[in-house]
Design a protein around this ligand. Structure first.
Ligand code: ATP
Length: 225
Protein backbone atom coordinates (compact mmCIF):
# COMPACT_ATOMS: atom_id res chain seq x y z
CA UNK A 1 0.00 0.00 0.00
CA UNK A 2 1.24 3.49 -0.77
CA UNK A 3 1.87 5.88 2.10
CA UNK A 4 -1.27 6.11 4.20
CA UNK A 5 -3.20 9.35 4.54
CA UNK A 6 -4.12 7.98 7.96
CA UNK A 7 -2.01 5.52 9.93
CA UNK A 8 -3.06 4.30 13.34
CA UNK A 9 -0.63 2.02 15.15
CA UNK A 10 -1.23 0.07 18.36
CA UNK A 11 -3.58 2.69 19.76
CA UNK A 12 -4.63 2.34 23.39
CA UNK A 13 -7.25 4.61 24.97
CA UNK A 14 -8.42 4.37 28.55
CA UNK A 15 -11.22 6.09 30.43
CA UNK A 16 -10.02 5.79 34.01
CA UNK A 17 -9.49 2.07 34.54
CA UNK A 18 -11.62 1.03 31.56
CA UNK A 19 -9.81 0.28 28.31
CA UNK A 20 -11.86 1.53 25.34
CA UNK A 21 -9.24 0.83 22.63
CA UNK A 22 -6.77 -1.96 23.16
CA UNK A 23 -4.06 -1.89 20.49
CA UNK A 24 -5.93 -0.72 17.39
CA UNK A 25 -4.03 -0.45 14.09
CA UNK A 26 -5.44 0.62 10.75
CA UNK A 27 -4.37 2.40 7.61
CA UNK A 28 -6.16 4.33 4.89
CA UNK A 29 -4.60 5.07 1.51
CA UNK A 30 -5.41 8.39 -0.20
CA UNK A 31 -8.79 8.29 -1.92
CA UNK A 32 -10.01 5.13 -0.19
CA UNK A 33 -13.43 4.76 1.38
CA UNK A 34 -13.10 2.33 4.27
CA UNK A 35 -15.62 1.09 6.80
CA UNK A 36 -15.16 0.55 10.50
CA UNK A 37 -18.00 -1.58 11.82
CA UNK A 38 -18.73 -2.81 15.29
CA UNK A 39 -21.47 -3.12 17.87
CA UNK A 40 -22.50 -0.60 20.51
CA UNK A 41 -19.70 0.25 22.88
CA UNK A 42 -16.98 -1.33 20.70
CA UNK A 43 -14.96 1.89 20.78
CA UNK A 44 -15.86 3.38 17.39
CA UNK A 45 -16.59 6.90 18.62
CA UNK A 46 -13.54 6.77 20.87
CA UNK A 47 -11.39 6.05 17.82
CA UNK A 48 -12.80 9.02 15.88
CA UNK A 49 -12.45 11.28 18.91
CA UNK A 50 -8.83 10.20 19.22
CA UNK A 51 -8.18 10.94 15.54
CA UNK A 52 -9.71 14.40 16.05
CA UNK A 53 -7.58 15.02 19.11
CA UNK A 54 -10.59 15.24 21.45
CA UNK A 55 -9.38 12.18 23.36
CA UNK A 56 -5.71 11.62 24.21
CA UNK A 57 -4.35 8.07 23.75
CA UNK A 58 -2.52 6.26 26.55
CA UNK A 59 -0.26 4.62 23.97
CA UNK A 60 0.18 4.19 20.24
CA UNK A 61 0.50 6.50 17.31
CA UNK A 62 -1.78 8.41 14.95
CA UNK A 63 -0.28 9.84 11.77
CA UNK A 64 -2.54 12.08 9.71
CA UNK A 65 -1.23 13.31 6.39
CA UNK A 66 -3.79 15.99 5.73
CA UNK A 67 -6.73 17.55 7.43
CA UNK A 68 -9.41 15.42 9.10
CA UNK A 69 -12.97 16.54 9.64
CA UNK A 70 -15.51 14.61 11.65
CA UNK A 71 -19.24 14.19 11.16
CA UNK A 72 -20.04 13.44 14.79
CA UNK A 73 -22.50 10.84 16.00
CA UNK A 74 -25.87 12.50 16.61
CA UNK A 75 -25.01 15.40 14.25
CA UNK A 76 -24.55 17.93 17.06
CA UNK A 77 -25.88 20.95 15.21
CA UNK A 78 -26.84 24.25 16.77
CA UNK A 79 -30.62 23.95 16.55
CA UNK A 80 -31.24 27.69 17.08
CA UNK A 81 -28.85 28.72 14.30
CA UNK A 82 -29.54 28.73 10.59
CA UNK A 83 -28.09 26.11 8.30
CA UNK A 84 -25.79 28.77 6.82
CA UNK A 85 -24.48 29.66 10.29
CA UNK A 86 -23.97 25.99 11.17
CA UNK A 87 -21.95 25.60 7.98
CA UNK A 88 -19.90 28.69 8.77
CA UNK A 89 -19.00 27.17 12.13
CA UNK A 90 -17.49 24.23 10.27
CA UNK A 91 -15.03 26.57 8.55
CA UNK A 92 -14.29 28.30 11.84
CA UNK A 93 -13.70 25.03 13.67
CA UNK A 94 -11.12 23.99 11.12
CA UNK A 95 -8.91 26.70 12.63
CA UNK A 96 -5.36 27.12 11.40
CA UNK A 97 -6.20 30.61 10.13
CA UNK A 98 -7.53 29.26 6.86
CA UNK A 99 -10.62 30.78 5.36
CA UNK A 100 -12.11 27.32 4.92
CA UNK A 101 -14.39 26.31 2.16
CA UNK A 102 -16.92 28.59 0.59
CA UNK A 103 -20.48 27.34 1.28
CA UNK A 104 -21.06 27.61 -2.48
CA UNK A 105 -18.61 24.72 -2.95
CA UNK A 106 -20.43 22.67 -0.33
CA UNK A 107 -23.71 23.33 -2.17
CA UNK A 108 -22.08 21.94 -5.32
CA UNK A 109 -21.52 18.65 -3.50
CA UNK A 110 -24.78 18.74 -1.54
CA UNK A 111 -27.21 20.71 -3.75
CA UNK A 112 -30.19 19.83 -1.54
CA UNK A 113 -28.65 22.03 1.18
CA UNK A 114 -28.85 25.22 -0.84
CA UNK A 115 -32.61 25.85 -0.41
CA UNK A 116 -32.29 25.09 3.32
CA UNK A 117 -29.58 27.70 4.01
CA UNK A 118 -31.90 30.15 5.77
CA UNK A 119 -33.79 27.57 7.85
CA UNK A 120 -33.11 26.99 11.53
CA UNK A 121 -31.26 23.68 11.87
CA UNK A 122 -33.62 22.52 14.62
CA UNK A 123 -36.60 22.64 12.24
CA UNK A 124 -35.09 20.22 9.71
CA UNK A 125 -35.78 16.51 9.32
CA UNK A 126 -33.23 14.01 10.59
CA UNK A 127 -31.91 13.37 7.09
CA UNK A 128 -31.60 17.06 6.34
CA UNK A 129 -29.77 17.59 9.63
CA UNK A 130 -27.36 14.80 8.78
CA UNK A 131 -26.70 16.47 5.44
CA UNK A 132 -25.94 19.74 7.26
CA UNK A 133 -23.53 17.84 9.53
CA UNK A 134 -21.74 16.44 6.45
CA UNK A 135 -21.73 19.92 4.85
CA UNK A 136 -20.33 21.48 8.02
CA UNK A 137 -17.46 18.98 8.00
CA UNK A 138 -16.80 19.76 4.32
CA UNK A 139 -16.42 23.45 5.21
CA UNK A 140 -13.09 22.51 6.78
CA UNK A 141 -11.95 21.38 3.31
CA UNK A 142 -10.82 18.01 4.67
CA UNK A 143 -8.58 15.44 3.05
CA UNK A 144 -10.17 12.79 5.25
CA UNK A 145 -13.78 12.69 6.34
CA UNK A 146 -14.67 10.52 9.34
CA UNK A 147 -18.41 9.89 9.40
CA UNK A 148 -19.74 8.52 12.69
CA UNK A 149 -23.04 6.62 12.29
CA UNK A 150 -24.38 8.17 9.11
CA UNK A 151 -27.49 6.01 9.14
CA UNK A 152 -28.50 6.26 12.81
CA UNK A 153 -32.24 6.91 13.16
CA UNK A 154 -32.79 7.65 9.49
CA UNK A 155 -35.18 6.06 7.00
CA UNK A 156 -33.56 3.75 4.39
CA UNK A 157 -34.43 6.09 1.51
CA UNK A 158 -32.77 9.02 3.29
CA UNK A 159 -29.71 6.91 4.08
CA UNK A 160 -29.45 5.85 0.42
CA UNK A 161 -29.50 9.50 -0.63
CA UNK A 162 -26.77 10.48 1.85
CA UNK A 163 -24.74 7.45 0.83
CA UNK A 164 -24.89 8.54 -2.81
CA UNK A 165 -23.52 11.96 -1.83
CA UNK A 166 -20.67 10.35 0.11
CA UNK A 167 -19.82 8.07 -2.78
CA UNK A 168 -19.65 11.06 -5.14
CA UNK A 169 -17.54 13.01 -2.70
CA UNK A 170 -15.12 10.10 -2.50
CA UNK A 171 -15.05 9.24 -6.20
CA UNK A 172 -15.15 12.68 -7.77
CA UNK A 173 -13.41 14.88 -5.21
CA UNK A 174 -10.87 12.37 -3.95
CA UNK A 175 -11.84 12.81 -0.33
CA UNK A 176 -10.72 9.83 1.75
CA UNK A 177 -13.64 8.56 3.83
CA UNK A 178 -13.70 6.53 7.04
CA UNK A 179 -17.26 5.34 7.52
CA UNK A 180 -17.99 4.30 11.09
CA UNK A 181 -21.16 2.25 11.18
CA UNK A 182 -23.19 -0.14 13.27
CA UNK A 183 -25.06 -0.88 10.04
CA UNK A 184 -22.60 -3.30 8.45
CA UNK A 185 -24.86 -3.94 5.49
CA UNK A 186 -24.73 -0.27 4.49
CA UNK A 187 -21.01 -0.01 5.22
CA UNK A 188 -20.15 -3.11 3.19
CA UNK A 189 -22.31 -1.87 0.37
CA UNK A 190 -20.50 1.47 0.21
CA UNK A 191 -16.91 0.45 0.90
CA UNK A 192 -14.50 -2.01 -0.65
CA UNK A 193 -12.56 -2.64 2.55
CA UNK A 194 -13.53 -2.74 6.22
CA UNK A 195 -12.26 -3.22 9.75
CA UNK A 196 -14.35 -4.91 12.42
CA UNK A 197 -13.95 -3.44 15.91
CA UNK A 198 -15.17 -5.41 18.91
CA UNK A 199 -14.48 -4.62 22.56
CA UNK A 200 -11.70 -2.22 21.61
CA UNK A 201 -9.85 -4.59 19.27
CA UNK A 202 -9.80 -5.08 15.51
CA UNK A 203 -11.08 -8.66 15.20
CA UNK A 204 -11.26 -8.86 11.40
CA UNK A 205 -10.32 -6.78 8.38
CA UNK A 206 -10.16 -7.08 4.63
CA UNK A 207 -12.27 -6.74 1.51
CA UNK A 208 -15.98 -6.40 2.36
CA UNK A 209 -16.95 -9.23 0.01
CA UNK A 210 -14.72 -11.59 1.99
CA UNK A 211 -15.75 -10.26 5.40
CA UNK A 212 -19.43 -10.62 4.57
CA UNK A 213 -18.83 -14.32 3.89
CA UNK A 214 -16.84 -14.98 7.05
CA UNK A 215 -19.01 -16.94 9.50
CA UNK A 216 -17.83 -14.76 12.43
CA UNK A 217 -18.91 -11.51 10.76
CA UNK A 218 -22.04 -12.97 9.20
CA UNK A 219 -23.23 -14.27 12.56
CA UNK A 220 -22.65 -10.98 14.32
CA UNK A 221 -23.85 -8.56 11.66
CA UNK A 222 -26.12 -10.34 9.25
CA UNK A 223 -28.45 -12.14 11.57
CA UNK A 224 -27.00 -15.63 11.63
CA UNK A 225 -26.83 -16.18 7.88
P1 ATP B 1 -21.73 3.64 20.31
O1 ATP B 1 -22.06 3.18 18.96
O2 ATP B 1 -22.71 3.24 21.36
O3 ATP B 1 -21.35 5.11 20.38
P2 ATP B 1 -18.95 3.02 20.22
O4 ATP B 1 -18.51 1.81 19.48
O5 ATP B 1 -18.81 4.32 19.54
O6 ATP B 1 -20.42 2.82 20.72
P3 ATP B 1 -17.55 4.22 22.39
O7 ATP B 1 -18.60 5.26 22.56
O8 ATP B 1 -16.26 4.61 21.80
O9 ATP B 1 -18.13 3.00 21.56
O10 ATP B 1 -17.30 3.54 23.80
C1 ATP B 1 -16.30 2.53 24.03
C2 ATP B 1 -16.28 2.18 25.52
O11 ATP B 1 -15.78 3.27 26.26
C3 ATP B 1 -17.64 1.86 26.08
O12 ATP B 1 -17.48 0.84 27.03
C4 ATP B 1 -18.07 3.16 26.75
O13 ATP B 1 -18.91 2.91 27.82
C5 ATP B 1 -16.73 3.71 27.21
N1 ATP B 1 -16.72 5.19 27.23
C6 ATP B 1 -16.93 6.00 26.17
N2 ATP B 1 -16.80 7.30 26.51
C7 ATP B 1 -16.46 7.31 27.83
C8 ATP B 1 -16.18 8.33 28.78
N3 ATP B 1 -16.17 9.63 28.44
N4 ATP B 1 -15.88 7.95 30.04
C9 ATP B 1 -15.88 6.66 30.40
N5 ATP B 1 -16.11 5.65 29.55
C10 ATP B 1 -16.42 5.95 28.29
Amino acid sequence: METGVLEVTDLVVRYGRATALDGVSLELAPGEMVALVGPNGAGKSTLVDTLSGIVAPAAGRVVLRGRLAQVPEGRQLFAELSVADNLALGAWRSGRGRAGRDPARVFEVLPDLRPLAGRLAGTLSGGEQQMVAVGRALMADPDILAVDELSLGLAPRVVADLARHLRELNAERDTTVLLIEQNARLAFDLCRRAYVLESGRITASGPCVQLAESPQVARAYFGGT
